[in-house]
Write a protein that binds this ligand. Structure first.
Ligand SMILES: Cc1cc2nc3c(=O)[nH]c(=O)nc-3n(C[C@H](O)[C@H](O)[C@H](O)COP(=O)(O)O)c2cc1C
Length: 189
């Protein structure tokens, strides 16, 4: 079975409804592991040895987070600066090159409505556009980009809405996992 590593960056998971529901839905899926990155590191420094080891052991990666001020929470930036700099600028041959080609999925939740995320809307930009720095990172690291999973009005969802979002996330993950599964070659008879 392949291994999907979801890195969840939520600064206060105890107050989360949306990301907590999505993470719980993903946890039960075969081969999927969720890592609470703020729980692991809080305000302390990122353990780059551990992160590199776990990244290289995974078959595909998910970065899941709530949008805060039109961007991912700060620990995600710190994680990139520590781990990806080491892997792709310092140890490119020994580490970075072994991450290349792995699929990367972004799963982001936002409080605002979809129409706010447009050129004529309140925020002036599509959420996909605001996520482009992550797309550039994926391109630099040769990770395979996929259509992000985006959840709007995430802080206003009632239990039924949260359940629907959790179902949609599982479906999105399942489809992406199937789509990115290595080809199973069977021996010729
Ligand atoms: C400090 C802070 C900044 C936020 N900035 C944005 C924002 O820029 N755009 C937006 O749509 N929602 C914003 N929100 C709303 C969060 O995205 C929303 O509450 C979150 O996605 C809900 O997920 P959760 O229940 O897992 O926290 C912000 C929330 C906080 C606390």
């Amino acid at each position: 079975m392949t291994h999907t590593r979801i890195m969840l960056f939520h600064p206060d998971l105890t107050r989360s409804t949306a990301n907590a529901a999505l993470a719980e839905a993903a946890w039960g899926m075969p081969g999927v592991k969720v890592v609470d990155m703020y729980g692991r590191y809080g305000r302390s420094g990122v353990d780059t040895d551990r992160e590199v080891r776990e990244l290289l052991a995974a078959d595909r990666l998910v970065l899941q987070f709530p949008v805060h001020w039109y961007a991912p929470p700060a620990l995600l930036q710190d994680w990139q600066a520590a781990v990806l700099t080491r892997m792709f600028y310092i140890n490119a041959e020994a580490e970075g090159r072994w991450l290349e080609g792995k699929p990367l999925l972004i799963a982001a939740t936002a409080g605002n409505v979809p129409s706010a995320y447009s050129a004529s809307g309140q925020n002036g930009f599509a959420l996909e556009t605001l996520l482009q720095p992550l797309q550039a990172t994926a391109r630099r690291c040769r990770l395979r980009w996929a259509a992000p999973f985006l959840l709007y009005e995430a802080n206003r969802l009632k239990p039924a809405g949260l359940e629907r979002a959790a179902r949609d996330y599982r479906r999105h993950l399942r489809h992406w996992i199937d789509e990115t599964a290595p080809l199973q070659l069977t021996a010729a008879e």
